[in-house]
Design a protein around this ligand. Structure first.
Ligand code: ARG
Length: 372
């Protein structure tokens, strides 16, 4: 039974699959390709069209992405889901702290990277790119509103990191590292971020009720995961790695829970055997995701073609899949999920797919123990 009512603001979401009632959808307004900085450079693929260029994204691409995001928001609203949108700050403004300077910011996409909803709490992540240090400001009007309207809402912010050069391994700053070397480093868990201070992006975390599964990679370090463990003392926090990923940032194009007992895993980035324990012991199935429908990401895009599996689950039987991802949709159908097609590919360049561009505010259900 749900105590949800559209008239009353409530923040609550314990997992990635219970029935979605209230969500934030990002905006492409004023999104920038930020100037070079250590963590970002390590992520931009070596053959990418984005290397060496920065500035405000072309207006026609912003308009097109906004058109698709608005359309997605309307589709969700038509299904009775409440949708809120952020207020874009001016991302052309440089950021200077006592520790670093960057000439521009990133954007108010994608919200999943910044906001981590765990139960009645929304936690603003530390972030690990300098250009994303102030990104939470895009969401502050919404957070203030939830604070005023929901007496149980816990608004939290993780300690802002200093992001000095000590946070980044200089080895990653060389122009040409090569995929082979990157894969070797990933297998050795040698990532661009150091263990100078706790760092995490919210999109490295997946919520499974009492358990949080967190990817250790470029954007989240072990101290960040330890910070989450101490911050959520009633949760079990599990660290995972996907050694097949040469650019490991954000878990949601790699590992995608669809409902209790079922997870899609990127076949190029399989979860190592020795990290499967809790899932296997509890009878969860981890299946290879279908192949992406595209051979290359769209222009000026940070992500890989595996945004195909970056789906948004609306309830344990219904899932939003990007419209052109026909193989992924076909697999969902075989897995017994009803597919809602959403046209979003032209917004991928703004930071990701259907899961990325949203952040949970309310899902039905309570905090359950799926791995007793
Ligand atoms: N690293 C992923 C890939 O390129 C993209 C993840 C995007 N997720 C996000 N929350 N921004 O395969």
């Amino acid at each position: 039974m749900s105590d949800w009512s559209p008239e009353k603001t409530q923040v609550k979401s314990w997992n990635e699959w219970d029935r979605l009632r209230h969500v934030i959808v990002g905006r492409a307004d004023d999104c920038h390709i930020p100037p070079e900085e250590p963590a970002l450079d390590a992520k931009v693929p070596e053959d990418s069209d984005m290397r060496g260029q920065w500035g405000r994204r072309p207006q026609e691409t912003i308009d097109r992405a906004n058109e698709l995001l608005d359309q997605f928001a309307n589709q969700l609203k038509a299904r009775g889901i409440r949708v809120d949108r952020p207020d874009s700050i001016d991302h052309s403004k440089p950021v200077t702290t006592p520790d670093f300077h960057t000439d521009s910011q990133f954007g108010c996409m994608p919200p999943r990277d910044v906001l981590l909803t765990v139960g009645h709490e929304i936690l603003e992540a530390t972030m690990s790119y300098r250009c994303r240090w102030f990104e939470y400001l895009n969401y502050r009007p919404l957070m203030q509103r939830y604070w005023d309207e929901d007496p149980n809402f816990r608004h939290e912010a993780a300690p802002k990191p200093r992001l000095t050069d000590a946070d980044y391994h200089p080895d990653y700053l060389s122009e040409k590292i090569g995929v082979e070397k990157r894969l070797q480093w990933a297998a050795e868990k040698f990532f661009v971020t150091t263990e100078e201070e706790p760092l995490f992006d919210a999109a490295d975390v997946l919520r499974f009720g009492r358990d949080l599964v967190v990817q250790h990679g470029f954007t989240t370090n072990l101290k960040g995961i330890e910070w989450l463990r101490r911050h959520f003392p009633d949760h079990r926090v599990h660290t995972v790695n996907f050694p097949g990923d040469p650019y490991p940032i954000h878990i949601d194009a790699t590992f995608t829970p669809l409902r209790p007992g079922l997870i899609l895993n990127n076949p190029q980035r399989r979860l190592p055997e020795d990290q499967r324990g809790i899932f296997e012991k509890n009878g969860w199935e981890i299946v290879d995701a279908a192949q992406p429908a595209h051979n290359a990401p769209p222009p000026l895009c940070y992500s890989s073609t595996w945004l195909s599996m970056n789906v948004l689950v609306l309830d344990p039987k219904t899932v939003c899949v990007e419209k052109s991802e026909v193989y992924q949709a076909e697999q969902m159908d075989k897995l017994g999920m009803e597919v809602v097609e959403v046209d979003l590919r032209d917004a991928y360049a703004f930071g990701g797919g259907l899961h990325c561009c949203t952040a949970d505010v309310y899902r039905d259900g309570d905090c359950e123990d799926y791995f007793p």
